[in-house]
Ligand binder design. Structure first.
Ligand SMILES: *Cc1c(COP(=O)(O)O)cnc(C)c1O
Length: 410
């Protein structure tokens, strides 16, 4: 069998031609902005027509380190030429180093490597249920997990089953039982929801896809206290907030707490490769025994080498401190824009959102206007613009972006 000769068709050479081809064959589960990107370097990306854009989304925080970081690229190329995958049937010489460095960086005891963020979430749900039955003594099949309204934890069936976003869940049931939804930011509601069979509370420190919703001060600390008091596993989904985005390595540091399970992904590979991980204290992770969970690609040497380099540059190049500094500068700059369409500016570090008034014509329109001005942002929930440049962004580059935000918002 040979491939049909599609190569005889002319290669698309314009934005419109690429879009037409993509729309003809691709599932339409996304509605991207009509820009076709071909190259990236640092905070900038270029489209197929050679136009340059300042990336203010960072692939939802997967490229915190900037596009095509040369040191991560070198690690990827070097490892790809040596050994890419062994499966976990055998050991490899990158995984132990990845474990050690990740545990040292995050002060964790145990790591379970996966690939996508959703897989890390699923892993945490499985592990906490097992811990509930084997350690807490919850009767078999009765474990309950509390989650928050307006959450985003990924796209698998179990996860969309407890989503409160209709577009994410409608038409995909029946769903897994055992989840209870409480309002985000409301510690009292959490306390009421916890019962004798509650094994875990899964929460984002700042809701990302939900529109960069920062909970009231003290919420995370109270949640930590409640979980400790009632023997409930606190699972922090830091897939978007983690690895420097909010100006600290993990967002939990803003309230001086430690989760029992922490989920990271996205920037763990600097955008080169899907790498995620569940970080755990010893007690919870130790319930897993050989054969009870796994992933063919999880923990492969290529992923580990890439993640090691991605962590190293994040720390050694001061990206976390830069996120704190530039985040404050960006937020101050946005607040200085006199606009009658802006309802609220919120965020932490370089995780920032601008919510527009409902009458403003929608955030999509603003994103399209920004795109024409060389700045790429993505709307969320109709009226909110998310602004999350790579953590290497400079003050001059933020000024460059602010000039365009001013033009579009004022
Ligand atoms: C992106 C994201 C996920 C899902 O990650 P995938 O790699 O897309 O599966 C889960 N939780 C949060 C908070 C995220 O932002």
């Amino acid at each position: 069998m040979s491939l049909p000769l599609v190569s005889s068709a002319p290669r698309p050479d314009s934005t419109d031609a690429f879009i037409a081809l993509e729309d003809r064959y691709g599932a339409s589960n996304y509605k991207p902005l009509d820009v076709v990107l071909a190259r990236g370097e640092g905070v900038y990306v270029w489209d197929v027509e050679g136009r340059r854009y300042l990336d203010c989304l960072s692939s939802y925080s997967a490229v915190n380190q900037g596009h095509c970081h040369p040191k991560i690229l070198a690690a990827l190329a070097e490892q790809a030429a040596k050994l890419t995958i062994t499966s976990r049937a055998f050991r490899n010489d990158q995984l132990p180093l990845f474990y050690e460095e990740l545990c040292a960086l995050t002060r964790s005891h145990k790591v379970l490597p996966m690939n996508s963020g959703a897989e890390a979430v699923e892993t945490a749900l499985k592990v906490s249920r097992k811990w509930g039955y084997e350690v807490k003594g919850v009767p078999d099949g009765q474990a309950e997990i509390v989650v928050c309204n307006n959450n985003f934890h990924g796209r698998t069936l179990a996860i969309v089953g407890f989503s409160t976003d209709q577009a994410s869940r409608h038409g995909f049931g029946p769903f897994a039982p055992g989840f209870k939804v409480v309002p985000f930011g409301d510690a009292e509601a959490l306390e009421h929801a916890i019962g004798p069979n509650t094994v875990a509370f899964l929460v984002e420190p700042i809701q990302g896809e939900g529109g960069v919703i920062v909970p009231p001060p003290g919420y995370m600390r109270k949640a930590r206290e409640l979980c400790t008091h009632h023997r409930v596993v606190l699972i922090l989904d830091e897939i978007q907030t983690g690895l420097g985005r909010t100006g600290t390595l993990l967002a939990e540091e803003h309230e001086g707490i430690e989760a029992d399970l922490t989920l990271i992904g996205k920037a763990l590979s600097g955008g080169f490769y899907p790498v995620s991980a569940v970080l755990s204290n010893k007690e919870v992770m130790d319930v897993l025994k050989p054969g009870e969970h796994g992933s063919t690609f999880g923990g492969n040497p290529l992923a580990c080498a890439v993640a090691r380099a991605a962590m190293r540059v994040l720390v050694e190049e001061g990206m976390i401190e830069n996120a704190a500094r530039m985040g404050a500068y960006l937020q101050a700059g946005l607040r200085s824009i006199r606009s009658n369409i802006v309802k609220e500016i919120r965020g932490r570090g370089l995780m920032v959102a601008v919510e527009l008034h409902a009458q403003a014509g929608g955030a999509r329109r603003a994103c399209e206007a920004l795109m024409r001005r060389g700045v790429l942002c993505k709307e969320t929930h109709g009226n909110t613009l998310r602004i999350m440049p790579p953590l290497i962004v400079t003050q001059a580059q933020i000024d460059e972006a602010l000039e365009q935000f001013r033009a579009v918002l004022a």
